[in-house]
Design a protein around this ligand. Structure first.
Ligand SMILES: Cc1cc2nc3c(=O)[nH]c(=O)nc-3n(C[C@H](O)[C@H](O)[C@H](O)COP(=O)(O)OP(=O)(O)OC[C@H]3O[C@@H](n4cnc5c(N)ncnc54)[C@H](O)[C@@H]3O)c2cc1C
Length: 468
């Protein structure tokens, strides 16, 4: 059923076009529907009914954590979204209370942190948003069509629309709009298209990490009663390079993701996959997994590099065009920031629209350029710990890394530090809170072995696992 939505009065414009119908594109289309009389969403894939993996989003088979800040943005744009997700089968849990998290030699404390996670497969998340977007009466979907270039004004100073075609050929057509949003992901063609129009090539920073993910669905062992809904075995960087997690998702299944940096690739056969899990920093995940039933094949994703396009630095940029989501910046997925950063960019676009369409493209790209600094630093500061990873280390990097290590240890037994860490990770607070006088004093004065006094016991295994 199509639902009416309140378009700002008067609307900012008649017609906006968003291309890329994945996370960033859907969120942006939902938002623009309040500001334009009509929004057209163009997606290259043919979109099936229901939560299906699809060609254009190969990463969807792997675990996708939507950070709390991202969830808050989604709920602002789509009121009642949490309830929609729950009704669709999403699991809700507390990030400390229900999360067995092992890192740096200890299990983190378990308590109600108030930071809730909604856990589901990525196709279910996307499908739930898509249903909300396509229910809006002024949003129209054109799927199975690929954007192949921009239409511009005669002086090329403004993007006035797009050219589109069926993938692999067919009749080309054009579509005009006052605003065009590129949400086509990390392989976005905006850089060469702008260059062909006479604009400078956008500068790009890449940090190569060669991260590999291998994910598989499992049915928990019969009668398994876990004291957790998510388990993570995280590495102590840069000494360890492997990571593993189990997430309870819709249908009571476990989505298991194993991965590693710099060529640490989980094998794709049953025995090798489990063996990789056994050699994580702690064998608990393996102990649980070896009694579970695999459902379907192991899926792989190779992520070569973090990629940040500096649109904010371009000396000239056309009006009428906005780049959003992974098309602007794409991070090492291990830090779980991609979808939330896309959602925050949509918020920036909303704020920029408050001043109308004139100068929008310039305001937006500058503000997004600034906002990306924090998540980029958060993601790359972990990757740059590896001596093999090339990239510029900021001044004081070694000192900050040592502080970060001590903070991680403190968070292993101190609830206040752990909560602060979770809030920063979920993009609710700036990383600066981790250096507040109170926490800094604790970090600098707590004895390195203090955690052994308050060590969290390891999560229990199920009766069947113990007996085996
Ligand atoms: C293995 C892995 C795990 C991840 N885990 C997390 C996580 O835990 N949390 C998190 O927040 N993020 C995670 N991410 C990142 C997250 O997947 C991305 O940040 C997010 O999908 C970006 O959304 P997007 O809409 O910008 O781009 P995409 O999801 O890449 O979608 C781009 C869309 O554009 C379409 N398209 C492309 N070109 C065209 C064209 N020319 N015309 C029309 N349509 C086009 C594609 O078909 C696709 O639908 C992970 C990424 C990977 C690789």
């Amino acid at each position: 059923m199509r639902t009416p939505n309140s378009v700002a009065s008067p609307p900012v414009g008649q017609h906006a076009i968003v291309y890329g119908g994945s996370m960033a594109g859907l969120i942006t289309a939902g938002l623009l529907a309040r500001h334009f009389e009509r929004v057209t969403l163009v997606e290259r894939d043919r979109l099936e009914q229901g939560p299906q993996p699809r060609k254009g989003v190969p990463q969807a088979r792997h675990s996708h954590v939507l950070l709390t800040r991202g969830m808050n943005v989604l709920c602002d744009i789509f009121p009642g979204f949490r309830e929609n997700l729950r009704a669709a089968g999403s699991q809700t849990f507390d990030m400390a209370g229900d999360h067995a998290w092992y890192q740096s030699g200890f299990w983190r404390p378990r308590f109600q942190s108030g930071i809730q996670l909604h856990s589901q497969s990525r196709p279910l998340l996307e499908w739930t948003i898509r249903q909300r977007v396509l229910a809006l009466r002024n949003v129209h979907l054109l799927d199975g069509l690929e954007v192949t270039g921009f239409q511009t004004s005669a002086d090329k100073a403004r993007v006035t629309g797009i050219q589109l075609q069926a993938p692999g050929g067919g009749d080309a057509r054009t579509l005009e709009g006052e605003l065009v949003v590129d949400a086509s992901g990390r392989s976005s063609r905006t850089p060469p298209w702008l260059e062909a129009l006479g604009f400078p090539r956008v500068e790009e920073t890449r940090i190569h990490v060669d991260v590999a993910y291998a994910s598989r669905l499992y049915q928990p062992p019969p009668g398994f009663v876990a004291s957790w809904k998510m388990m993570s075995i995280a590495p102590e960087l840069p000494r360890e390079r492997r990571v593993g997690s189990i997430c309870l998702i819709e249908g009571g299944r476990w989505l298991v993701t194993l991965g590693g940096w710099l060529g640490e690739q989980p094998p794709l056969d049953d025995t090798g996959y489990l063996e990789f899990a056994r050699k994580l920093g702690q064998p608990h995940l393996y102990e649980v997994l070896r009694h579970a039933e695999p459902v379907g094949p192991i899926h792989v994703y190779n992520f070569s590099h973090n990629q940040r396009r500096h649109y904010e630095r371009m000396s000239r940029f056309p009006e009428g065009l906005v780049v959003l989501g992974d098309a602007f910046c794409s991070f090492n997925p291990i830090y779980g920031q991609g979808m939330t950063t896309g959602a925050i960019q949509a918020e920036v676009l909303r704020d920029c629209l408050g001043q109308g369409l004139g100068g929008l493209a310039q305001r937006y790209r500058r503000q997004v350029g600034q906002l990306l600094s924090a998540p980029w630093a958060l993601a790359t500061s972990g990757d740059l710990r590896f001596p093999e990873v090339e990239g510029q280390r900021p001044p004081g990097f070694e000192l900050m890394s040592r502080y970060g290590d001590r903070f991680q240890r403190l968070a292993g037994h101190d609830r206040q530090a752990y909560t602060a860490l979770l809030r920063v990770m979920h993009m609710l607070d700036s990383p600066a809170v981790m250096a507040s006088p109170r926490l800094a004093l604790k970090v600098l004065t707590t004895r390195p072995d203090a955690d052994s006094l308050t060590r969290q016991p390891e999560p229990s295994l199920c009766a069947e696992s113990r007996a085996a």
